[in-house]
Design a protein. Sequence first.
Length: 276
Amino acid sequence: MNKIKKIGRVSIIGEEKVRKKDKDNLKIYEYLESRDFHNYLNPTTRTEDESIYPYIKDVSIDKYQKGEDLIKTVALLHNKTSYNREINSNKYKEIHDNIISHVNYLDKYYYDMLDKIELIEFPSPSDTIFLRNYSKLLSLFDFLKQETNSWYDSVKSKNKQRVALNHGNLSLDHLLKNERDYLISWDNATFDSPILDITNLYHSEWENLDFESILKNYLDRCSLNDDEKKLLFINLAIPKAVRKSNDEMINVNIMRSLFDYIYKTEALIRPYYSEK
């Protein structure tokens, strides 16, 4: 009898991998095949409750190299599946309004945080980090509002948008390396602007990978027009609304991470503005 190994919702049985089916991805696989994209695993057997995939041993490599291989595969996916889709004129306005609304929320959120901290006679180390860097948040919010308005002015009269099949759940864990590179876990795949995958990957892996190299690698293989790049950089630059805990050591790390993200993202996108 084959030994069964459980990893989350996946059961590995002998030479086959069995995964509980959350979503029927057969149409996605058929579409990928029709677009001559073969970097995915097709199930060998499907039942009503589960899909059985061939077992592929993941070759262990350096995480930075795996990040480069991942983005090459994503660029290939976007190139193979992109097309121009007609959209309602309100689509771009909706994107603009959502971004502006979220930035305004962050602006007020961090202003309220500042207001509370300034009432403290002896600020904690995490509060001190925030106070020293608060002006950076203000300049960032101004930048985001200006860039979002500029982006909208450029696209508001257009009635088409380039879309591609986005994997929707990119991470280093979702690339298997063997004789071929395979993207796995397609349950969140969707047609949208190709910047969606890049944004999500950056949000999940910004601390772990060299995104200067990854972004250049992607753009060398899958070019974005000026409007797409501007919207990408806006989305990358938007920070999280961090929430403090009752543990000061954790709070210090939270504040450091917030401003590390802001400064690192600024350094990432600045060269693309200096090119203009």
